[in-house]
Design a protein around this ligand. Structure first.
Ligand code: NAP
Length: 455
């Protein structure tokens, strides 16, 4: 019997852990796998979500790249699937199974008036900008006011607060694109207000990330909790919660030490409205004091305005429906049973699987995707073993179909050209890599043109 042919859509951690699990499995020998991504570069959120100063976290790339470097798995980047690209049914014609690991790429909305004012960017946008995501190369946020508000108490809120609080010079030895460094270098920000709707015991930070905030050069971290922690740290059976509380209690009651920037962790506050400061641009956020009963947040009606020129809600991500596949708007996931996509009546959608955030929602760290991918692959292989292998078109026909839909893919050697160009730009700045953010430049480099950096 011929080897199963499988497409994995999305070259982020969940997709690439799926590929690794597929290669490990030995049903009729390892599967023939093709990885497609809508961007010319692989690695998804490791490249476009992990904060630039979390260099160690990016070293997982050494593991994620193995299917391409050691097992000859094909990479087809710059291949959109869905509305403006290849329809899912075309993919299914070429493969025995398709695994979608397309993540949760868009922001959850705050749902308050003024959210659409310029100067309010969801964390997917803001993080995408400083990570050099081609969709956000032109975001160009104005950091011209002393106050900024970051909403949320998860690790993404911490990443955003840290990047805004750090000196640009301290980020020069990371991979941030030059235009990001330029914007950060002229930042007028002095006060980063992290607005947290519940109490210190409810934060979702991981302690390592929280502690890092207190280790930044020339930054005061100030806790505004109405003296709650000073009056007594709540007991907790949960280790992460206990450690977070101990860190926060260590900062509580501290007076500013006159450092250059301040990060204010403000508890029991929710944004109610974003108010304009200039034409169409955010100038303040109206916040309401909350109480929390049985973990439920209630507004007290006590309102104040906080002057800010930038608001970044970091309140979680959402997925984008894949045309032709079922989608649960409430959870932002594709309905599935152990990775097998199912319709509203529970009937499996033939040959179609999901892994990662599109499968389980936007939570967990990079490593969480490993077990998640293994589950999807086990389901997929069980289905394959129970299904007679059908005739598939010649592999070369996929190239014809891509051509027909106007897609010019970037293959692995194209990505290696981007990689080499970025490493070259890094050498000029004295760092490991400087990302190319513009899509046109990524494409040009991938297809063999020499593109000089604009500066
Ligand atoms: P998250 O951990 O789910 O945190 C979302 C935060 O937003 C929560 O504090 C939540 O508060 C708050 N929130 C939600 N809706 C809100 C609203 N309407 N108003 C005010 N606050 C609201 O999500 P995330 O920070 O986006 O991170 C996503 C996942 O990636 C997480 O698993 C995270 O650990 C992971 N991640 C890890 C790292 C790292 O390891 N360094 C870095 C980045 C991301 P409630 O708790 O009150 O709901």
């Amino acid at each position: 019997m011929r080897k199963p042919r499988i497409a994995v859509v999305g070259a982020g951690p969940s997709g690439l852990y799926t590929v690794a699990a597929l290669l490990d499995a030995t049903v009729d020998g390892p599967a023939q796998v093709v990885v497609l991504d809508r961007l010319p570069a692989p690695y998804g959120l490791v490249r476009y979500g992990v904060a630039p100063d979390h260099v160690k976290m990016k070293s997982v790339i050494r593991v994620l790249q193995r299917p391409f470097t050691e097992s000859g798995v094909a990479f087809l980047g710059d291949v959109p699937i869905g509305v403006e690209g290849l329809p899912p049914e075309v993919l299914l014609r070429h493969f025995d199974a398709v695994v979608y690991s397309t993540g949760s790429p868009v922001d959850r909305r705050l749902g308050v008036p003024g959210e659409d004012l310029a100067g309010c960017y969801g964390s997917a946008e803001f993080v995408g900008w400083y990570c050099g995501h081609p969709d956000l190369a032109g975001l160009n946020p104005a950091l011209d006011a002393p106050g900024v508000a970051v909403v949320g108490a998860g690790n993404v809120a911490l990443d955003v607060a840290r990047v805004l609080a750090r000196r640009a010079a301290d980020l020069a030895d990371t991979d941030v694109p030059p235009q990001v460094l330029d914007t950060l270098a002229v930042s007028a920000v002095t006060d980063v207000h992290v607005l947290i709707r519940r109490a210190p015991q409810h934060v979702r930070f991981t302690p390592v990330e929280l502690r890092q905030l207190g280790e930044l050069d020339d930054v005061d971290v100030l806790v505004h909790d109405d003296g709650q922690l000073a009056a007594g740290v709540p007991a907790s059976a949960d280790k992460r919660q206990r450690t977070n509380l101990a860190i926060l209690a260590g900062w509580a009651g501290r007076a500013p030490a006159g450092r250059r920037r301040r990060v204010h962790l403000r508890f029991l506050l929710s944004p109610r409205r974003l108010l304009p400061g200039g034409p169409g641009r955010v100038g303040a956020v109206e916040i309401e004091r909350n109480t929390v009963d049985d973990d439920r947040v209630r507004g007290t009606g006590e309102l104040t305005d906080l002057a800010v020129g930038l608001v970044v809600p970091a309140i979680g991500y959402d997925a984008v429906p894949i045309p032709g596949l079922p989608f649960d708007e409430r959870t932002g996931t594709v309905p599935n049973v152990a990775g097998r996509v199912v319709g509203a009546d529970g009937t499996p959608v033939p040959g179609t699987y999901v892994a990662g955030w599109i499968k389980r929602g936007p939570s967990g760290v990079i490593g969480t995707n490993k077990g998640d991918a293994a589950q999807t692959v086990a389901t997929l292989l069980a289905d394959l073993a129970a299904t007679p292998r059908r005739e598939l078109p010649d592999q070369a026909d996929l190239a014809d179909d891509l051509d027909r839909y106007g897609v010019r893919p970037v293959d692995w050697s194209g990505w290696l050209r981007i990689d080499a160009a970025e490493v070259g730009r890094g050498r000029l700045r004295g760092t490991e890599r400087v990302k190319i953010a513009e899509l046109a430049d990524l494409r040009a480099v991938a297809h063999g043109r020499v593109v000089e950096p604009s500066r």
